[in-house]
Design a protein around this ligand. Structure first.
Ligand code: NAI
Ligand code: MG
Length: 351
């Protein structure tokens, strides 16, 4: 079995950690009897600086035939963040209808969390973030520019189809886990969009009587994530709320260097795209010290998606083993290892 994978390392540490994820995925492929055919794309802020575009005009078409996409991170000083985001990530997520952003979090062994006293099974959850609409919309504008009465408008878009399918995905996922879904709302402050979200959540919940459904204002939910994470399992949230909650979840489980994510097209009509939650970290780029674990775990999610679940599970076990041994940890984990040595240790443990 050969899987054709597009790799877009991007900028900064995206490049460093993607090499390591490929190393580990190739080791898993060799061991579990399938092969990965990689095609690399140089789409990035560096490309933008040279050509004026993050990716070619037919970028979406070029990627559409792949079985999956592994993305590093994009963004670099000198190129505005909305350029890198709207010039690559958001068009791909939308063109490929990757309307689920799946962000599993789990307290990994050997990591020091603010919640370090917790056992691993008390801190394991998955954030299902809506990935195609919501607060991240292009609708709005700047008015009366330069005048004292200048103002901006930024609209949110919540469609019945969009809200219903993400909530349904969360309930289906809950049936494979602990049968508990928590919805992030803020219907006290956002008086149109969030009551609508809540209404559809209640409608979908009624169709899943075997799953416990709960809703919580996003601010209280943020506090609960720190104070009582064992009371959460599947968390479903709008685009903006999910973005914020998943960085928080990453922070309490050993930091951004540990958190993977998937941009998933559940129908399988288009390729899904897997990436670390973190960005390109210009502050440590080029120093060889970025933690590659998040990107390696994103690679494991990619293998899960391709049906290579045994290999994916083996990668997660190897990551646990290396972190438990504690001999090859990058500086964010309190060690002195390099990106390459941590990646190689995971690949060796796998072999
Ligand atoms: P960031 O995630 O790149 O960095 C935040 C902090 O975490 C930095 O101090 C960084 O050194 C640290 N960090 C992140 N990943 C790490 C790793 N693997 N190992 C060790 N330390 C790590 O977020 P920031 O600084 O807000 O954004 C930097 C650039 O990345 C911006 O241009 C932003 O737009 C872009 N970005 C891109 C994303 C993507 O491509 N999906 C997501 C988030 C940000
Ligand atoms: Mg984010």
């Amino acid at each position: 079995m050969t899987h054709r994978i597009a790799s877009i390392p991007g900028d900064g540490i995206g490049v460093d950690v993607t090499i390591e994820a490929r190393r580990v995925l190739d080791a898993a492929a060799a061991k579990y009897g399938f092969s990965l055919e990689w095609t690399e794309f140089d789409w990035s802020c560096e490309r933008y600086a040279k050509t004026g575009a993050m990716m070619p005009e037919d970028g979406v078409a070029q990627l559409s035939g792949f079985d999956g996409i592994l993305l590093g991170a994009v963004g670099f000083p000198g190129v505005a963040d909305h350029v890198s985001l709207w010039g690559l990530l958001i068009p791909l997520r939308r063109a490929f209808q990757q309307y689920v952003n799946l962000r599993p979090v789990r307290l990994l062994p050997g990591t020091s969390s603010v919640l370090a006293g917790r056992k691993a099974d008390e801190l394991e959850m998955v954030i299902v973030r809506e990935n195609s609409e919501g607060e991240y919309s292009e609708i709005g504008g700047r008015h009366n520019a330069g005048r004292p009465d200048e103002f901006v408008l930024q609209e949110s878009v919540f469609t019945r189809v969009g809200v219903e399918r993400i909530i349904r995905y969360a309930f289906d996922l809950a049936r494979t886990r602990s049968r508990h879904v928590t919805s992030a709302t803020k219907s006290n402050g956002l008086i149109h969009s969030m009551p609508y979200w809540d209404e559809i959540f209640a409608e979908v919940a009624a169709r899943y009587p075997d799953v416990r459904a709960e809703q919580c204002h996003v601010d209280a939910l943020a506090a609960r994530m720190v104070q009582a994470p064992d009371r959460l399992d599947v968390v479903v949230a709008s685009n903006l709320f999910g973005d914020i909650l998943s960085d928080l979840a990453a922070a309490i489980t050993g930091g951004l260097g540990m958190a993977p994510s998937g941009n998933i097209n559940p129908s399988g009509d288009f390729p899904s795209m897997f990436e670390a939650v973190h960005g390109s970290a210009p502050d440590i780029a080029g120093q060889g010290i970025a933690n590659p674990v998040a990107q390696i775990l994103a690679g494991a999610m990619l293998l899960d998606h391709l049906g290579e679940t045994v290999a994916a599970q083996a990668i997660r076990a190897s990551v646990d083993e290396v972190l438990t041994a504690g001999e090859t940890l990058t500086p964010d984990l309190g060690g002195t290892a390099t990106t390459t040595s941590l990646g190689a240790a995971v690949a060796d443990s796998l072999r």
